[in-house]
Design a protein around this ligand. Sequence first.
Ligand SMILES: Cc1cc2nc3c(=O)[nH]c(=O)nc-3n(C[C@H](O)[C@H](O)[C@H](O)COP(=O)(O)OP(=O)(O)OC[C@H]3O[C@@H](n4cnc5c(N)ncnc54)[C@H](O)[C@@H]3O)c2cc1C
Length: 429
Amino acid sequence: MAKRFDVLVVGAGPTGLAAAQAAASHGAQVGLLDAQARPGGQVWRHDVRHQAPRAAREAFATLDNVTWLAQHSVVANEPQGLRVETPGGSELLGYNALILATGARERLLPFPGWTLPGVCGAGGAQALTKQGWPVAGKRVVVAGSGPLLLAAAATLRAHGARVLGIYEQASAATVRRFASQLLHWPARAAQAAALRARLAGVPYRCGSVVQRAHGEAQLQGVEVDGPRGTQRIDCDLLAVGYGLVPQVELAALLGCALQQTGKHPRVRVDGLLRTSVPGIFAAGEITGIGGLAVARIEGTMAGHAAAGFDQEAHALRAQRDKARGFAALLDTHFALDPRIHRLADARTIVCRCEDITLGELDGFGDARDAKLATRCGMGACQGRLCGSALAELGRFPRSGSRPPLFPARLATLAGHTSLSPSDDAYRGS
Ligand SMILES: Cc1cc2nc3c(=O)[nH]c(=O)nc-3n(C[C@H](O)[C@H](O)[C@H](O)COP(=O)(O)OP(=O)(O)OC[C@H]3O[C@@H](n4cnc5c(N)ncnc54)[C@H](O)[C@@H]3O)c2cc1C
């Protein structure tokens, strides 16, 4: 028998927390679940050394009014509800209204050497560092594109890393134009200034792309192509990411219509954040990368609307549209330089889970054919990384979404609700 909620929220980042709080404020019985052990999502991820910002602590305090389900991963959809894997087994969770707040992941793009130990995503390095990965004294190069580079570099530095430089692919002229626009967004300007202050003394180089990582069994250095030619930088860690892509897999599995933004899909919603499936709402990064401010406003709107209070949701639309305007600014100014799409050569691994090179995918017209013949996209990440990378490189987009969304125990897939000690040894994907 499925546990049932008036409103069930998937994802406890800023969006999901705001949604749960808004829905609960109307007296709805709200369930909030997340695959992680703690709420906060990406931006408010627990930091072992530093206290969470005040807004995050205030949002966590509101969990008193909702059923908080930690380490609950939605892996499949069944007629009675969502199949959720838990540390002790699995559960079916039913709902009258569902809010999807599954956020975004990093856009990681292949280049020679990107699979060397010591190379990771910029947001990935930030997340690992917050969780206690020792970076003190390590020489770190941060590269890629967008404001996340500054946030990641600041976290790494706060944990004792020696940040050698931040290498932004957008040109200096474009970054200057972006900075001048910040005058219209005082809160963002203040945030950027605070980050730059925390990074005082760290070079910020524009028009620069890491084109190769060197090393045998471990990263030893990177080659950066910049306005003054190519430069070799010795380092222990490369944190490189090219912005974010919405995590739409669960929405797709539930049948919600998607729409394409550039090369990546997002969930299509109407003015009240209703998806194409009645009773299912989507908010925050999965409806288009928008950042923290959008996440919190849209979460609140979706919470009100899912609880049946459309007017309250409607009242926030102007505020949401303004916040979305800033997101559009990011899109225009941090659009990727075509150089980045040419970094991978035929020998560069694209599917890291199955060790498939770009050259091995030549001649395949769609993702399904490539998958059947090479196993590209069939590993633990289920095509999340290579699918986005291949779409970005203009090969083929990821095809559909199938259960399980994440590697899950066979017992979970068979619908067993409690776990016997031997079950954990068998994971299927
Ligand atoms: C790695 C990374 C680092 C970032 N760092 C910053 C930063 O420092 N500063 C900043 O301003 N912005 C940062 N961002 C941008 C960030 O995405 C937004 O600012 C904000 O966190 C978005 O909130 P959200 O609630 O929509 O999504 P998220 O914060 O991404 O939250 C989504 C949540 O959904 C959960 N989830 C997803 N699928 C499932 C499932 N099937 N079952 C159960 N749970 C699920 C995830 O575990 C996650 O906790 C970062 C993004 C990424 C990807």
